[in-house]
Design a protein around this ligand. Structure first.
Ligand SMILES: [Zn+2]
Length: 229
């Protein structure tokens, strides 16, 4: 793979560094006098790290179409989509009606973008709580484990985690995935109540409940990027 990068030079810069933005642009910061060849060599020596970072960004951060939070825009939910409807009116909780989520936008709101984004995150969080609470209940019984409590948060780099004390935290973004994928994540976290690691025994435990968990893992890796906005 040919690595394309931009060189930004400063006369008094002492260090040579590589910066990769979330949309995968690579910038090398260098001193004014350092020859291009030396920079190329440096970039080459960091190839493994660069590839890893580019791949990570592809999965989690970049390549997404920025949301505008406008009337008629589509959003993901449980593997399907709903259309955002915005109407002027007094502030209320966003509601799902058929395949639409209605957000009421009060007249005094100066920045609809932030307001509507906030309302949608609130809506996703509430839906996540309801659905995940039920799924955690179902799979706790199957795995015969107990979750101490459950939280929904904005998680940047993971879908969920399970603390040593058994507190499960899920990203509200997870609710954009189909239920089979959500179930895999729930089982994964609950299986950590038995094995707090990713050992072979842990995966065996997951497999007992979700035989095609590898497909789910792959699905999340490939589609999860669409959940970020
Ligand atoms: Zn895990």
């Amino acid at each position: 793979m040919d690595l394309k990068y931009k060189i930004k030079r400063r006369p008094r810069r002492k260090t040579l560094s590589i910066v990769i933005s979330s949309d995968n642009r690579i910038v090398v910061r260098a001193n004014q006098t350092l020859p291009d060849g030396a920079i190329a060599e440096f970039v080459e020596s960091k190839r493994a790290w660069i590839s890893k970072t580019l791949k990570f960004n592809d999965t989690y951060l970049s390549l997404y179409i920025p949301k505008k939070f406008i009337d008629g825009e589509n959003f993901l939910y449980l593997g399907g989509e709903f259309t955002l409807r915005i109407e002027r009116g007094k502030s209320e909780t966003a509601v799902l009606i058929d395949s639409m989520v209605l957000v009421m936008l009060p007249n005094f709101i100066k920045t609809p973008f932030d307001y509507i984004q906030g309302k949608l995150v609130q809506w996703y969080t509430a839906q996540s709580y309801m659905i995940l609470k039920e799924r955690v209940g179902v799979y706790s019984r199957i795995l015969n484990v107990e979750a101490r409590s459950m939280k929904i948060r904005t998680l940047k780099r993971t879908w969920a985690n399970c603390s040593r004390l058994g507190v499960l935290t899920f990203s509200w973004r997870l609710i954009m995935a189909p239920l089979t994928i959500i179930d895999y994540v729930v089982v994964h976290e609950l299986a950590h109540r038995i094995h707090h690691n990713h050992s072979a025994r842990f995966w065996k435990q997951v497999e007992k409940v979700i035989p095609d968990y590898k497909v789910c893992k792959k699905w999340l890796r490939e589609n999860g990027r669409d959940f970020h906005w």
